[in-house]
Design a protein around this ligand. Structure first.
Ligand code: NDP
Length: 434
């Protein structure tokens, strides 16, 4: 904390990982001798830069851009870009740190990184978003490349922004390097099923947890927070598996539809019209809109999928979920549960799929996009989806096995952290003190 003051989210993410690693350090003192923890917590490189751009009124605006290149122990840095006013060094470092272990868990050769800006895309015109993206990439292009660092989307960065970023990268380099970004449009190197991958993957992971206990999505009631990329496709897959999703949200409030959320309406409102979720009730009068998004956790459910943002479930919300009988949690967002909320779930034997494992489907398909770009071919939706399912099953099994091996059976927080860590730590030792 002395070394990284005022970085609460970063401290939280590090504490969660380091607390889980105690049994590994006891078993493998080599990690202590080699100062693996001291090294892994320090990013290999942190880049912070000015992003000036001109708005539609002709005013000059200035935002701050970041890229944290955290670990390249097992592959090029890989992780999304977030455009949201809350972005600062702490947020990007927590996301980049978690990404190291998540990417390792996928079984793909990708290191950890993350980036973004405090730019707020909400209410901006297409022209403003494009000019911002061009300015951002003019600087970022100096530090990334298909074999160096491969960014993707995250909050506020979807296929439109990736398109503008890719166009500017191409212009800066004078070369068509398809593998420099993932989440690209399908017409210029994107992968089928990338858009769906994080949400689908979260549901696949939870499905594995449920099946192991003789449970399933079929007939269950599900609550999904958010209504962005991850949420929409988590709702889609949970519904396909026979669940009824009764609530979703945005940063203003949440909707409850006792008949089950009509996903076509949500997709149109959010993906096409960029409306607020409150608009849903004007088309579905049986649904109720409530201001204040954190109230969504008071809706009784069997399965809760937090898919919006960090720390959206605090201890009080976790307790309400538990007293309403929740059986499983799958973290689609990054670090959506506070440390106290995680404790509450584990103490009450709620099946808990932590973000690193449960939302790793997105980056897994990003790695598949890189593979398709390198091979200059594209796989069908079904091929990518089948690979995604296989990867999520493996992540589940590896996390489960590591948890059992290190004395915490059924604790996927410990299992995912250890399984992700060991591979990176061993690679660091083999590569010497660098
Ligand atoms: P989007 O921008 O598509 O959607 C974000 C959703 O969360 C929106 O509904 C947004 O509401 C809501 N939200 C954002 N900030 C807040 C807040 N402070 N309080 C309440 N709600 C909020 O982002 P994604 O769906 O891509 O990302 C969601 C989460 O999933 C993030 O934690 C991200 O890091 C994680 N993730 C994403 C991956 C991906 O492939 N996209 C991969 C792995 C993890 P509003 O529109 O009102 O802002």
């Amino acid at each position: 904390q002395k070394r990284n003051p005022n970085e609460a989210e970063f401290h939280q993410a590090v504490k969660e990982v380091f607390d889980s690693l105690v049994p590994v350090l006891v078993k493998k003192p080599e990690y202590i001798k080699q100062a693996i923890l001291e090294r892994i917590v320090e990013p290999e490189r942190v880049i912070s830069f000015r992003v000036p751009w001109v708005d539609d009124e002709g005013n000059v605006q200035v935002n701050r851009g970041f890229r944290v290149q955290y670990s390249s122990a097992i592959g090029p840095y890989k992780g999304g870009l977030r455009f949201h006013p809350s972005v600062n060094a702490s947020i990007i470092k927590f996301l980049g740190f978690e990404q190291i272990f998540k990417n390792s868990l996928t079984g793909q050769p990708i290191g950890g990184g993350k980036g973004g800006s405090d730019f707020d895309p909400k209410g901006k015109s297409d022209g403003e978003i494009m000019r911002f993206c061009q300015s951002f990439m003019t600087e970022l292009s100096k530090y990334i490349g298909p074999d160096t660092d491969v960014p993707a989307g995250d909050i506020g960065v979807g296929s439109k922004e990736i398109g503008y970023l890719f166009g500017q990268y191409k212009k800066m380099r004078g070369a068509y390097e398809a593998g420099v970004l993932t989440g690209k449009g399908l017409g210029y190197g994107g992968s089928l099923a990338r858009k769906e991958a994080t949400g689908y993957g979260t549901v696949y992971f939870v499905d594995e947890m449920l099946k192991d206990q003789g449970l399933s999505f079929k007939g269950s009631t599900v609550v999904v927070s958010g209504s962005g990329n991850v949420s929409i496709y988590a709702i889609e897959k949970a519904t396909q598996l026979g669940a009824k999703v009764v609530a979703c949200s945005d940063s203003n409030g949440y909707i409850y539809d006792p008949n089950g959320i009509n996903l076509d309406t949500v997709k149109r409102l959010k993906e096409v019209e960029k409306q607020r979720i409150s608009e849903y009730v004007s088309e579905h009068p049986e649904a109720i809109y409530t201001e204040n998004c954190s109230g969504i956790w008071t809706v009784p459910c069997d399965i809760a999928l937090p898919c919006a943002t960090q720390n959206e479930i605090d201890q009080a919300s976790a307790q309400i979920l538990v007293s309403n009988g929740v059986k499983a949690i799958g973290e689609g967002a990054n670090m959506p549960s506070t440390l106290e909320a995680v404790e509450t779930f584990l103490e009450n034997n709620v099946l808990f799929g932590p973000a690193k494992a449960a939302n790793a489907g997105g980056v897994s398909v990003s790695a598949l996009e890189m593979a398709q770009n390198s091979a200059r071919l594209s796989w069908t939706f079904e091929e990518v989806d089948a690979k995604l399912q296989e990867i999520m099953k493996n992540i589940y099994q590896n996390s489960k096995q590591a948890a059992a091996e290190y004395g915490a059976p059924g604790n996927f927080v410990v299992g995912a952290n250890i399984a992700g860590f060991v591979k990176v730590a061993d690679a660091m030792i083999e590569q010497g003190v660098i």
